[in-house]
Design a protein around this ligand. Structure first.
Ligand code: AGP
Length: 600
């Protein structure tokens, strides 16, 4: 996610802004920038930005004088990670500067209107649109201009705006976090408390729909109707490291809990358009080949079921490091390369091989501007925000979301997806964050059951159909952070060998949602129980049969089979997390493995 800081006080703003901005580096970014309102004599706005790290900005920016300013680290979502696209962004008059965290979903239509009315743009970003909207409404009252501009944008945002000649900062929030730090004779705004803990421990959290005005001596909060809001400051005494984790004990847990927002952001502005993406308009594909590693490979396996069901296009999935040894296909499949980091050497090698074979390629990546984006013909970004924990969680879930979107594109293109089916898909996709939140609300139940099995040396995961890959992913999460030997199987395969491994000490996690595989799954659970192994089943709420077969049951809200992988994997992420926590493992940095594998 992007990082935002603002300062209004009696001291020179530039060094304070940089110092605060550096404390947001953990959020991940690809460019940075700063704007300082010149003192009354200059009346101008000093603005500077650069691609790369804050150190690059610090070493190349001019000295700025003024006591009010904003600064930003950009995690690119709309527009490449370039200097032009870095924030702050200004308007035509260069008297305004805006920084933003979020996604303006209707920015293209707003931009077209502004272009038609003579506005000139210098960046590819959605954020620049807002600078022009504020400028168009500006008549001396910055709060009023921002409120008017907000009426025209849709999507998610934390906007922070400054204007030449004004010693005021105006901020607005919808879904993207924003806090106000209260100092003595100075006030601050930031994306999270981490940036400001050095300067204050008194904070006001900005709520959705609110607009805030802050000067060195005053903070005013207005609700969506423009009515002033009184709010008591909170005292936060976190350590800096605690703050970077948002109060969570580990980045992995924070990222598990960020999944509803990550899913929401990944869908934003991507289901409304009636027109398919240009890339798909010109091409038709008789088959799809998905290529990836690790967790991304498991997302690809889920994608196979999704694409074949929605688009009726035969789909194969291959491990990246094996792809180059496979024979060149006579047909020319669409090759989809999934990599959250965008830097995995095996997958980059596969992308180059696919291109060499003359195939059209699509990359599904989480990092804008990462290497994969230069090796494929089209990119679908997962917009999960930076993922610090080595174990992939929110990037996996948003990869699956990207595969729903890809399948719908292919289904619309080859007319296998009816308009009614597309509407139903869109409606369920929009509700996915709530299904995930339901699972997160059951974390204590999951933790309590994990306590019973955390001392196991071996643990098996079984599922069928679209939840077979989820069994594999649950096993991978468990093995990589708890060091329990977790292994996943298609449930029907147990009798072909793995049953020999089962004992009373090897619990089996069985995904048994009430879909077309349910009866067979009950049979597999019985198979396992007959060998004395305890069974932890994951099923639908209200299923009164499952508890008769399993020793423990984790329940998710009922939903169509094609969507069950997302809430089920969230339950298994929490399962793995608590196993690892109980075993005292270094969860964010497991032994022997890295977040990005840049060697083959
Ligand atoms: C997943 O938790 C692991 N960290 C690992 O399997 C990972 O998914 C794999 O290395 C692929 O990474 P990528 O998505 O960045 O290509």
């Amino acid at each position: 996610m992007c990082g935002i800081v603002g300062y209004a006080g009696g001291r020179n703003a530039q060094p304070i802004l940089l110092d605060c901005l550096k404390r947001l580096e953990y959020r991940g970014y690809d460019s940075a920038g700063i704007a300082v309102v010149g003192d009354p004599i200059q009346k101008g706005l000093q603005l500077f930005k650069s691609k790369g790290e804050i150190a690059v900005l610090e070493s190349s920016m001019p000295e700025m004088t003024g006591t009010v300013g904003i600064a930003h680290t950009r995690w690119a979502t709309q527009g490449r990670p370039t200097t032009e696209n870095a924030h702050p962004l200004s308007d035509c008059t260069n008297r305004l500067a805006v920084v933003h965290n979020g996604i303006i979903s209707n920015f293209m239509e707003v931009k077209e209107h502004l272009l038609a009315t003579g506005h000139k743009f210098v960046s590819e970003t959605d954020t620049e649109v807002f600078a022009h909207l504020v400028e168009a409404e500006m008549n001396g009252d910055l709060v009023a201009a921002v409120r008017k501009a907000l009426e025209k944008v849709e999507g998610t945002y934390a906007f922070v705006v400054v204007s030449a000649g004004h010693d005021e900062i105006v901020a607005a929030r919808r879904e993207s976090p924003l806090v106000i730090g209260l100092g003595d004779g100075e006030n601050f705004v930031a994306s999270d408390v981490t940036a400001l803990l050095k300067y204050t421990s008194r904070f006001l959290h900005v709520q959705d729909g609110e607009v805030v005005s802050l000067t060195r001596d005053e903070v005013r909060i207005f609700d969506s109707e423009g009515t002033a809001v009184e709010r008591r400051p909170e005292k936060i005494t976190w350590s800096l490291e605690d703050a970077e984790k948002g109060g969570y004990p580990h980045f992995m847990l924070k990222e598990i809990y960020e999944q509803p927002e990550a899913i929401h952001d990944s869908l934003l502005g991507r289901m409304e358009s009636a027109e398919p993406e240009p890339f798909f308009q010109g091409n038709s594909f008789s088959s799809v080949k998905i290529v990836a590693c690790g967790t991304s490979y498991h997302a690809g396996l889920v994608g196979k079921y999704i694409i074949e069901e929605l688009a009726k296009v035969p789909t194969t999935v291959q491990i990246s490091s094996e792809y180059r040894y496979s024979p060149v296909s006579r047909e020319s499949p669409l090759v989809v390369l999934i990599t959250q980091s965008g830097e995995t050497a095996d997958t980059l090698g596969a992308a180059r091989e696919a291109r060499k074979r003359g195939n059209k390629t699509v990359g599904i990546a989480n990092v804008v501007g990462s290497a994969i984006t230069r090796e494929v013909d089209h990119v679908i970004y997962t917009r999960a925000g930076p993922e610090i924990g080595v174990a992939a969680t929110k990037t996996f879930v948003t990869q699956v979301v990207a595969l729903y979107l890809l399948a719908m594109e292919l289904g619309v293109q080859n007319r296998s997806l009816t308009a009614q089916a597309r509407r139903s898909m869109t409606s369920f996709l929009r509700s996915l964050p709530r299904y995930v939140q339901d699972v997160l609300n059951k974390a204590s139940e999951i933790e309590a059951i994990a306590e019973k099995y955390a001392r196991s040396d071996d643990m098996f995961f079984i599922g069928r159909s679209i939840n077979y890959p989820i069994a594999l992913e649950g096993a991978l999460k468990t093995k990589e952070i708890s060091y329990i030997h977790g292994e996943g199987f298609p449930a029907g395969e147990l009798k072909h060998g793995p049953l020999a491994l089962l004992s009373k000490d090897s619990p089996v996690v069985a995904i048994a949602v009430r879909d077309h595989t349910y009866e067979k799954m009950l049979g597999n659970i019985s198979e396992v129980s007959a060998r004395g192994s305890p069974v932890i089943a994951i099923g639908f709420e209200g299923d009164t049969d499952l508890p008769k077969f399993a020793d423990d049951v984790l329940s998710i809200r009922q939903l169509p089979p094609i969507f069950t992988p997302v809430p089920v994997i969230v339950a298994l992420q929490l399962w793995a997390y608590h196993l690892a926590r109980i075993r005292g493992c270094p969860i964010d940095k497991p032994r022997n493995i890295a977040k990005t594998v840049t060697v083959e």
